[in-house]
Ligand binder design. Sequence first.
Ligand SMILES: Cc1cc2nc3c(=O)[nH]c(=O)nc-3n(C[C@H](O)[C@H](O)[C@H](O)COP(=O)(O)OP(=O)(O)OC[C@H]3O[C@@H](n4cnc5c(N)ncnc54)[C@H](O)[C@@H]3O)c2cc1C
Length: 433
Amino acid sequence: MSPPKFRVAICGGGVGGLVLALALARYPDISVTIYEAAKNFTEIGAGIGLWPRALKVLEKLGLRDDIFNLVGCTDSTDPAHVFHFRKSDQPNGVSFYDLTTPGGLLRLHRASVQRLLLSRLPPSCATHTSKRLLSYTQRPSSVLLKFTDGSTASCDVLVGADGLRSAVRVGLVHELRARGVVSSEHLAEARWSGEVAYRALIPMENVRKAAPGHRCITTPTEFLGKDNYILTYPIEHGSLLNFVAFQRQPTREGTKFDGAWMAVAGGHADDWTRPYDGWDAEVQQLFDCAPNPMRWAIHVAPPLPTWVSGRVTLVGDAAHAMAPHEGSGAGQAIEDAYLLGTLLGHPHTTRATLPAALAAYDRVRRPFAEGVQRRSRENGLLFTFARHDIDRARVDAGVLRDLGERVRANWAWAWETTLDGDVERAVGMLERS
Ligand SMILES: Cc1cc2nc3c(=O)[nH]c(=O)nc-3n(C[C@H](O)[C@H](O)[C@H](O)COP(=O)(O)OP(=O)(O)OC[C@H]3O[C@@H](n4cnc5c(N)ncnc54)[C@H](O)[C@@H]3O)c2cc1C
């Protein structure tokens, strides 16, 4: 067997790392190894929404039918209902907008998606669990990886798909600082958005028993209010209700979160339902059947002037962790992975021309993903009536109608655009370089 064109090490086996491995599996002349810190490949969390833009990428990797099997529906680009919006920070909530989009939003269980991606990895892709990257060192023609268990490995390209607290990002920012590209190592760290999300999966049976005919049994719904909102949608063929309660402290954005970034909410000590006192009866009914949720402090990655340093780059949350108000962090990780995989697999990309492939990836993906990051924050402000141009004392029918349209416009990229043009542009850059 001839030696590989080059060796790619993927640090992190979340959605970004696994999709990158699948995108690279199309090129048998590239050797791929995934190093995952956890004992097993697992997904913590609950539901995940995928928009048509991300779905079309998975389709290119042959996963379309499997994804639709998981959702339990057939492919369609027909207009589909996505979310029902209610103003709910009052005892009698008011319904005010229905978001309907071409193709709608696919709603899945995270663990099912992870299992699917893992099951599609070819035997040629080496995987190592319990391998937490500590640091890396770039050499003239390779990268040396050091793990916390004392072991080492080497590769020709290192991709940091290691999420919100990325070790690869820390190394990359350190290198950029040494070269004077950035002025602060703090850019390596994700910052608290001032928001906390309480997430739970509620057995739908419990909702049916406690509140027969509750809207959420059939209709994905967002219950909005000042500073706080709740998002729900059914998953797993309607057997579970994905439930996320967001709480925002605007003055705390950018400050240090005091506590674990992810933890089980602690009963009365963490009285997570209190901010919703006096809210819509429909919301109170959900609290009655919600199990103790997990608490997530929402952190976002500060934008970097580049995601590339030598033979090292980033994908997914390591590059652009964002607030979840557009349900698009994983979708953007999928796009990063596909474009990067396509560029690395291109016949023009060799050990010698790797920098050109990484540069094209960075130039095309970074501005787009950072745009989605800004839009996600913007949706969060709209959902909590916190935009500076919303008069919070007078959120009336006119304001709400306008708000629905603004949410739609801010989100439209997810169903109105595709990655195809960006792939073409990036490949063109590589071929011309
Ligand atoms: C409340 C909430 C709701 C969301 N809803 C949606 C949604 O509906 N749709 C959507 O598209 N996105 C959503 N997101 C965002 C989405 O979850 C993330 O953007 C996505 O999981 C990022 O994938 P990733 O592969 O980059 O990182 P991760 O999924 O975090 O994976 C990183 C992997 O790297 C491993 N790792 C970490 N450090 C190391 C190390 N040093 N060495 C080796 N391995 C390491 C970890 O164990 C993990 O397996 C949501 C996020 C939140 C918080």
